[in-house]
Each structure stands twice: as C-alpha cells, then as structure tokens.
Design a protein around this ligand. Structure first.
Ligand code: GLN
Length: 250
C-alpha cells in the first residue's frame, strides 16, 4: 500500500518547522508498512492533485505569500476539483489563509486567495502569538476512538481569519487566540481540507490528528483505513505535558 504526500511550496511556505508534518506523516506510514511517496513542488512546477493522497501547505510571511499567489491561482481549478473529490489537505497559517477568499495585510494590501474555503483574513493591530490548546469539535473526530480530544501547538500570525456559513472550525480555543482571538474558534474543516494556525510542527504532538488524515486518505482510495495502533507513548507524553502546562494558566 502506498500513500502519496505532497509538500507544496516547501521553499516558500515552511515556517517554524512545518515540514515536520511531512516527516510525521511519512513515519506513521512506514511504521505501519505503508510506503509514503513524498512529492514536492513550487513555483511553475507541474502537479497532479488528483493523483495524490495528502496535500500539505505550510505557513509563511506576507512577502512569501505575495510571491506565490499568481502560481497558486493558476492551480485553482485542478485543486478545487481534487478537493471536491475528497483530497485530504492540511494547510497551516499562511497556507490556510491562501485557500480562503483573501488575506488583507497590515499595510492594507489584499492578497487574493483561491476562495475554496469560505473564510477571509484581515490583519489585526497586533500579532497573535503563543501556545494554543484547542478542544476539537466532535464533527472532526466523529466516533473515532481517540485518546485525545485536544490539539496543541503554537501560533504566530497577524491575520485574523473569519469563517462563513460553509466553514466549520476545528474546535474551540481553550488557551491562546486561534483564528482571530475574538470568536474562540480555531482552524477550519471543509470536506477533507483542514486549515489551522497551529505550528509546532503540528502533527508530532497530535498523533490522533495525523492518523485522522491518513485514515481519510486511505478511505478515499478505497483502502483499508483501520490503521494499526502505534506505540505513541512519547507523543502522548508531549501532548499531555503541554495541555497540563497551559490549562493551569488558563
Ligand atoms: N503572514 C501571515 C500572517 O502573518 C501568515 C503567518 C504564518 O504563516 N505563520 O498572518
């Protein structure tokens, strides 16, 4: 069994070690005897979104987002088609913003997004920075038996993202700011697209979320998506340590 994982714009959108999410997904595949096929693509390089199983887009500064917007816009039609077909996407911070309608930066300039996510982002007066704990919505994990119902990570963004009616947050913030520091929501889910402000990288300390992405990708391929349990005691220790440390402060 193979799963193809693509990192889009690894040279431009890879803030705070976001590429660690690719490393975590690949490791969790290998530990189960699944062969991860890792692809990368950046400006001007061809990609087959329908032929991949998971697309990852990391975070970046306003400057990098401006550099890639034209290239991303050229990919909109094929990416939208793959997403409507159930492509699993994890997009972090800047990558998340770019799949929305637009990102209006602190200088007032607006970077158009793909409009695939019913979200829009407007830079606030201050950056939203710090550790985050999210109480995952039941809509995200469904009836999947999970040791954790939380996500931990950290955020550093000026953009404040607001969700429209077609978008649902990943959950509510128990500690930190989340999407905008106002409505207590963090992240978004639309079909199999998961957007979040959580860097870290996100997945090593949230193995349950990593496995959710892998299960959805396997299911879309009609493969057995009941992944073998892994020894996640170190990941669980890291996750629990952050939740306990931060919620004592809440
Ligand atoms: N440049 C965007 C912002 O400041 C995204 C930042 C990021 O990806 N961490 O909101």
């Amino acid at each position: 069994m193979k799963l193809t994982i693509c990192h889009l714009y690894p040279d431009l959108l890879d803030l705070y070690g976001d590429r660690g999410n690719i490393i975590a997904l690949a490791a969790r595949c290998r530990w189960r005897g699944i062969e991860p096929v890792i692809q990368q693509a950046s400006l001007g390089e061809d990609l087959n979104f329908m032929g991949m199983d998971i697309l990852f887009i990391g975070g970046g500064s306003d400057r990098e987002q401006g550099l890639l917007v034209q290239d991303l816009m050229r990919r909109e039609k094929e990416l939208r088609r793959a997403i409507e077909n159930g492509l699993v996407v994890l997009c972090i911070c800047g990558g998340y913003q770019m799949l929305g309608k637009y990102y209006q930066m602190s200088n007032g300039e607006r970077i158009d997004g793909l409009g695939i996510l019913d979200v829009w982002t407007i830079a606030g007066e201050r950056r939203l920075i710090g550790n985050v704990v999210v109480d995952l919505s039941e809509k995200i994990l469904g009836d999947k038996p999970c040791k954790f119902k939380t996500l931990v990570g950290f955020e550093n963004h000026s953009g404040k993202t607001h969700l429209g009616e077609k978008a649902s947050p990943l959950g509510n913030v128990l500690f930190g700011h989340g999407n905008n520091g106002e409505d207590s929501g963090e992240g978004v889910r639309y079909l199999n697209v998961f957007g979040t402000y959580l860097h870290g990288p996100l997945l090593p300390k949230n193995p349950h979320f990593a496995d959710l992405l892998l299960e959805l990708a396997a299911k879309r391929r009609g493969l057995d998506n009941s992944l073998r349990e892994l020894d996640d005691h170190l990941e669980e220790l890291a996750h629990t340590a952050m939740v306990q440390r931060l919620l004592k402060q809440a």
